[in-house]
Design a protein around this ligand. Structure first.
Ligand code: ATP
Length: 288
């Protein structure tokens, strides 16, 4: 895929995302006027109150919002501004181009662990994106690649023949992460990658993301939605904070929390001072 002339993996200019009206529900603006740039090689952490638009942004930037709809699924649409991802203007992304675009963006959805296909083995699940891209991919090379990814997310190779129901939630989450990374994407968009994972494994996931960034220099970037501060400290160069669909703060973790101007960021900083490492207990923001 051609990279952006400016080289930035993600450029958002005054981006507004909206869910169209459906059934009795009116249209809903989930994100309003967001401008943000992710630098080549940068990992940006994204925090925010519940319903502030984090997952909506992830769905659009990963391209899943542009895939054919399943059932009554309502997808967000870009109603203002522009999002440029890996050199593609998403407003002009045609349906035919979506699969190719998605091969370059690893996406770990929020509910990834709970939605693994129940009738496939771990090896099949992790290897599927490779076969979707190339049905005739060499089977031995496929096995090796899948095993390497399983190892990278610190799962034993004995898991390869297991089915999702035989795994714990944390193991399933790591299978989903291995799948998101199996094509060696230049951009990872991960929605709560360490949710439901115990502390030691959380460390390993943070380490893996950090390693990818360091090893690939300027060719691997990521947007990591997380409320887990130790994970963000290890992986994120900067963080962005959303509140009610708008950008509330942007900077390094220290910059953002040292001088919080926005009430929601102040509340987060207060939670940190009170010793909370995982700051998702402010879901509705202050005063809600
Ligand atoms: N399918 C949908 N149709 C209409 N509105 C939606 C839909 N999905 C989400 N929304 C609304 O869009 C807003 C943003 O939702 P989103 O899931 O992006 O928030 P979030 O920041 O990821 O929240 P959380 O931290 O709880 O996951 C919310 O007000 C939500 O109710």
């Amino acid at each position: 895929m051609r990279s952006a002339a400016h080289g930035f993996p993600i450029v958002l200019s005054d981006l507004t995302l909206e869910y169209p009206p459906h059934g009795a529900s009116p249209a809903h603006v989930a994100l309003h006027g967001l401008s943000l740039t992710i630098q080549p090689g940068e990992v940006l952490g994204l925090l925010g109150s519940a319903g502030s638009g984090k997952s909506t942004l992830a769905k659009v930037l990963s391209g899943v919002a542009f895939e054919p709809r399943a059932g009554g699924d309502v997808r967000p649409v870009i109603t203002g501004g522009e999002a440029n991802v890996l050199g593609r203007r998403l407003r002009t992304l045609t349906r035919r181009k979506v699969p190719e675009f998605r091969f370059h963006v690893g996406y770990l959805p929020q509910d990834a662990a709970a939605t693994l296909p129940p009738d496939r083995t771990v090896a099949e699940i992790v290897g599927e994106p490779i076969l979707e891209r190339d049905r005739r991919y060499n089977r031995r090379a496929l096995q090796t690649r899948v095993a390497t990814m399983i190892d990278a997310v610190r799962l034993p190779l004995g898991m390869l023949d297991k089915y999702p129901y035989q795994l714990s939630g944390g193991q399933r989450q790591r299978v989903a992460l291995a799948r998101a990374l199996v094509l060696g994407p230049s951009l990872l968009i991960a929605d709560e990658p360490t949710a439901g994972i115990d502390l030691t494994v959380r460390d390993a996931v943070a380490q893996l993301i950090g390693e990818l960034r360091d090893r690939e220099h300027h060719s691997f970037s990521a947007l990591i939605i997380s409320h887990d501060l130790p994970v963000l400290r290890r992986t994120a160069d900067r963080i962005a904070v959303l509140d009610r669909g708008e950008l509330a703060a942007l900077g390094t973790i220290d910059e953002v929390f040292h001088d919080p101007g926005h009430p929601y960021v102040m509340a987060l900083a207060g939670a940190l001072d009170a010793g909370h490492a995982v700051i998702d207990d402010l879901e509705d923001g202050p005063g809600a």
